[in-house]
Design a protein around this ligand. Structure first.
Ligand code: NAD
Length: 374
């Protein structure tokens, strides 16, 4: 079969395959067609793809392959090039975009949502949410340091001394732990909170202090945090406001998959923060964790608090984001190419394949049956 790797839209620097992953896909028996310029923004020139064994093509050439690999969901024009017999593998966020799933279903194509990989151990190698969140957590600290404009680590020199910056991270999942690790390695004093008390040891092992939410909620059976009751949310909000008021930098990472992000810091809490302090809202793309976040923008309040709403933190490390995304795809293709003969097999009995298949043969298969966490 032919695998197509198209150019992404103007807002997406990540490409679904790198020269390294192209070689691996060829070893699985596929012919790989890469659209000219697809890897340019991730710093992979066309010549590198050619050397890896790919054929360079135009946009139609990539979108009309039997399998299309992309980092962002197909736009209107690309949807028009899909048809029965095509399998498109991409991030689709199906829980939040039913209209996209309906458009994909109507094409007759098979659509696989790489961002719907279940949180079970054997699926970890295909989990793009984790691989990208890890990079995004690192980048969040780099952005915070840039906007903060001061050293994160303390210094004592002959010319004077500075205290270390105080960083508070809310949500200690993959992104939050990466942010904690990066901030501590730069010398900041870091505190972290999560509604899941079981992450306390992980927070401490990254060199931060764990600040528990007074009454923490349970994790749901699928491994995700669930929504909080109103009382719990009020207790948590008070804690977040108190902690944020003492911090130079706050990094919020709280997400509830398939739902809008919870508001953790309201206007009042932000107004109580010191001038010059910085909030990096890693949930900006799904509504934001603060009342004043503007997705995709950097805003500074009258009180001098800067709120960064970048929605492309992992994409700001485009080569490595593409490499990890591409490797997640190779791992999925390895699972779905049992004979290593370049033939993609859709085994809906496999719980990972079933979980990510959102439409097939004109039928919508989303949402999938629940998967047991292992
Ligand atoms: P996520 O992006 O869904 O959420 C980020 C963090 O925010 C989570 O830790 C969550 O508990 C926390 N959070 C949610 N609401 C909050 C609130 N109101 N206040 C404070 N914190 C809040 O989570 P994630 O980073 O993708 O992963 C969460 C956990 O799942 C991690 O322990 C991770 O290791 C695990 N995980 C396992 C697999 C796997 O086994 N394949 C894959 C991905 C994640």
């Amino acid at each position: 079969m032919r695998l197509g790797v198209p150019c992404e839209g103007p807002d997406q620097p990540v490409v679904a395959a790198t020269p390294q992953t192209v070689e691996k896909m060829i070893r699985l028996g596929y012919e790989v067609l890469v659209e000219r310029g697809a890897g340019e923004r991730a710093r992979f020139p066309d010549s590198a793809y050619e050397r890896a064994g790919a054929r360079l093509v135009g946009p139609t050439g990539a979108w009309t392959c039997e399998v299309v690999l992309s980092a962002s969901a197909p736009d209107e024009e690309s949807l028009g090039m899909l048809g029965p017999g095509t399998t498109v593998v991409s991030r689709l966020d199906p829980a939040r975009h039913p209209e996209l799933i309906e458009s994909l279903r109507a094409t007759g194509a098979t659509a696989l949502a790489l961002d719907a990989v279940p949180r079970i151990s054997r699926a970890q190698a295909m989990d793009v949410l984790s691989s990208q969140a890890n990079l995004a957590g690192y980048r969040a600290v780099i952005e915070a340091a840039t906007h903060f404009g001061r050293l994160l680590g303390g210094q004592v020199t002959a010319a004077g001394k500075f205290p270390p910056a105080s960083v508070y991270v809310i949500g200690a999942g993959v992104a939050g732990l990466a942010a904690i690790g990066t901030a501590t390695s730069l010398g900041a004093v870091v505190r972290g909170t999560d509604v899941r008390p079981e992450v306390a040891d992980q927070v401490r092992s990254m060199g931060a202090q764990f600040v528990p939410v007074p009454t923490a909620q349970e994790t749901s059976s699928d491994g995700y945090a669930t929504q909080m009751s109103q009382d719990q949310a009020a207790l948590a909000a008070r804690l977040y406001a108190q902690q944020a008021a003492q911090a130079d930098i706050v990094i919020t990472t709280a997400a509830i998959p398939g739902r809008a992000a919870p508001i953790l810091l309201d206007r009042e809490a932000i107004e109580a923060m010191a001038p010059g302090s910085v909030i990096i809202d890693m949930a900006a793309a799904t509504g934001g964790n603060t009342e004043l976040t503007v997705a995709g923008e950097v805003v500074t309040t009258e009180g001098g608090v800067t709120i960064v709403g970048h929605t492309d933190l992992a994409g700001r490390l485009p080569s490595q984001a593409s490499q990890l995304y591409g490797q997640n795809l190779v791992n999925l293709l390895t699972l779905m190419t049992p004979e290593k003969d370049g033939t993609l097999v859709l085994d809906l009995e496999d719980e990972v394949v079933r979980a990510i298949t959102v439409c097939h043969e004109g039928q919508t298969l989303w949402p999938p049956p629940p998967v047991t966490v292992s």
